[in-house]
Design a protein around this ligand. Sequence first.
Ligand SMILES: CC(C)(COP(=O)(O)OP(=O)(O)OC[C@H]1O[C@@H](n2cnc3c(N)ncnc32)[C@H](O)[C@@H]1OP(=O)(O)O)[C@@H](O)C(=O)NCCC(=O)NCCS
Length: 198
Amino acid sequence: MNTDLDIVVASTNELRTQQFDELRKLWVHGVQADTHAVGWLPTSVFDARAATGEVTAVYRDRELVGWCLRGESLTRKVLKIYQIWVRPDARILEHGRALIADVAKIAHGQKCSYLEAWVAEDLAANVFWKAIGFTRTVWRWGRGRSLRKIWRWVMIAEKAGKEQRQPFATCQGESGNNPQWAGVEFYDANERRQSQHN
Ligand SMILES: CC(C)(COP(=O)(O)OP(=O)(O)OC[C@H]1O[C@@H](n2cnc3c(N)ncnc32)[C@H](O)[C@@H]1OP(=O)(O)O)[C@@H](O)C(=O)NCCC(=O)NCCS
């Protein structure tokens, strides 16, 4: 992957249909492939968040390489990052940082005072949050059978994103038919849910 090429970030409400469909596929794939890290959510959650523009896609040279799913707590004035995922072949190339930088601008624009992410203690991603300027605060036990400490990472929104967000205009690629994806088996969340009940 050429690291000299542009990184472009876009919200779901800025994407064309084909780009949206590709993002939805990659979201399902990421959740299935890295459930341990990003947590399990049904596709209905993606659809609801995507409908309100709360899913962000990141492109490198017009190729979709990752996404982030967020939500705002209006009462607490906090922007919560529920999930962030970058394709394994595109990691440590500043895509995660670009996603959060964009989300931080949105948080600042919406008068959220800080950004928040809850991260299991055993994940390599803890290094990522620290590297991009988040601070670890408190922890709670995770839900479910496995006992994992889940740490809360926060960053002041103003510090993170005072600049105004640029609208998504440069990424006009149609990477849905990208040959790179030929032969890649996409998981289907509903299929998995069904098979779990069988
Ligand atoms: C976590 C994740 C989103 C990071 O995305 P990324 O594009 O690889 O991260 P970036 O390239 O923007 O990294 C930004 C900084 O974090 C550091 N970093 C990121 N991942 C790291 C890792 N696994 N180990 C050590 N440092 C890491 C980078 O070195 C960089 O630091 P620097 O600027 O000081 O050099 C990605 O690794 C991923 O999708 N992981 C699997 C899913 C996951 O764990 N999601 C988060 C759950 S909380």
